[in-house]
Design a protein around this ligand. Structure first.
Ligand SMILES: Nc1nc2c(ncn2[C@@H]2O[C@H](COP(=O)(O)OP(=O)(O)OP(=O)(O)O)[C@@H](O)[C@H]2O)c(=O)[nH]1
Ligand SMILES: [Mg+2]
Length: 387
């Protein structure tokens, strides 16, 4: 049994997006959140036709949006042959049920969309196992719905809905599957732990940041070897580690999965071993796409995620990337001002670079060298490096 086949996004899918924003939310911010949801939908392969945004303090517990909005969306979907409705939050099992009843087409929530992208992106056994675990954990409380779906698809003899017995059997199958995946992950963990131990006492630097900010592009530039980069969300899921030498000091540089707001908690849990690399690193290079209007929100999301996974409070450098996109016009002025005020207002070292063009890479290397050297000297007090 494959976990999310019912939720998969097809290339021909015509989708609408639905979000709620508490009253008082800046309209531009609310739109940015839907922009991101649209980018996720495109990454998963769906075309998006329209977005619906409702101002609500909290999503409605029964139907996410209010009844007026619900009928507006229903009529639009019918009139425009929409096949999929995507919501910007994780929906409860009963919300999904109610919404599907109202729309009579497929409903997908943010978590499911992200899981779908992760499932496509996973390459190594570790990433595949981690995604599959998160998928089954998401599926477990939504099992009733899956059965109803299956019946509909198979013509639904009797159309009575599933018997409790069948759901129980299915729950048991999934519970066993979850245990098996956890056991597989423990094995992979042990191997990784041994591998990390055998690397010796070398300084470890981790690239972290919001998804699509340019971590892999920077990794390629620093390590002079190709690392997969793409203008899609979550291009990287697996951790890549490369040995880099600046002047005469070697260190290990790792590139790993990017963060996003409302990262599904099942994913964070099941990606524990991937995130070990971050937890165990000595220095963090926090990469930021400074060309985005909302990059300061992204910084907050990343910092909070680092706290959540227990990887905060490490020596950190802010790497403001993609400055090449801000070179002209008012943007350039803004960039210069911003740079000045940021440097004055923050204790964290910062550089402004373009990983794509290589601008200011020397400055980055210089500052990184100093950070690595400090750590290296602590480990090897008698080491006589230059610098
Ligand atoms: N203009 C410009 N584009 C860049 C720069 N750095 C990266 N990009 C582009 O931004 C996109 C994302 O780059 P990646 O290196 O894949 O980003 P990432 O942070 O590894 O993304 P995920 O692995 O998906 O989280 C790609 O299309 C890159 O070519 C830059 O300095 N300037
Ligand atoms: Mg990447």
């Amino acid at each position: 049994m494959k976990p999310v086949s019912h939720f998969k996004v097809n290339a021909t899918e015509k989708a609408v997006l639905v979000g709620v924003a508490p009253r008082g939310t800046d309209a531009a911010v609310a739109e940015e959140h839907l922009d991101e949801l649209e980018f996720l939908a495109h990454t998963a392969g769906a075309g998006t036709e329209k977005r619906f945004l409702q101002k609500l303090e909290y999503p409605d517990p029964k139907t996410y949006v209010g009844s007026g909005k619900l009928s507006e969306i229903t009529s639009y979907c019918k009139a425009s042959n929409i096949t999929l409705v995507i919501f910007d939050d994780e929906l409860s099992p009963s919300q999904i049920r109610n919404l599907e009843k109202a729309f009579k087409i497929k409903v997908l929530d943010r978590t499911n969309l992200i899981l779908d992208i992760f499932a496509r992106r996973a390459r190594t056994a570790q990433a595949k196992t981690q995604v599959e675990l998160a998928q089954y954990q998401y599926l477990m409380p939504r099992l009733t719905r899956m059965w109803t779906h299956l019946e509909k698809q198979q013509g639904g003899i009797g159309m009575r809905g599933p018997g409790e017995k069948e759901i129980e059997t299915d729950r048991r199958v999934i519970r066993n599957k979850i245990n098996k995946l956890k056991e597989d992950l423990r094995k992979i963990d042990r191997q990784n732990f041994q591998q990390r131990k055998s690397r010796g006492n070398i300084v470890r630097v981790a690239l972290v940041g919001y998804t699509n900010v340019g971590k892999s592009t920077l990794m390629t530039r620093l390590s002079r070897s190709e690392v997969f980069a793409e203008n899609k969300l979550f291009a990287t899921l697996d951790t890549t580690v490369r040995k880099v030498v600046i002047r005469d000091i070697p260190f290990l540089l790792s590139d790993t999965v990017g963060f996003i707001r409302k990262l599904p908690h099942h994913l964070v849990e099941s990606f524990k071993s991937t995130l070990d690399e971050l937890r165990e690193s000595d220095i963090i290079l926090h990469v930021i796409d400074v060309s985005l209007d909302n990059f300061e929100d992204h910084i907050k999301v990343v910092n909070q995620t680092l706290v959540d996974i227990g990887a905060a409070d490490k020596p950190t450098m802010h790497v403001f990337n993609k400055v090449d996109l801000m070179r002209d016009g008012p943007d350039a002025m803004h960039a210069a001002d911003f740079r000045k005020s940021w440097m004055a207002g923050s204790d964290t070292p910062a550089v402004f670079i373009s990983a794509a063009t290589g601008e200011h890479m020397d400055e980055l290397k210089e500052k990184l060298f100093e950070m690595v050297r400090r750590d290296h000297m602590r480990r090897y007090p008698h080491y006589l490096g230059q610098g």
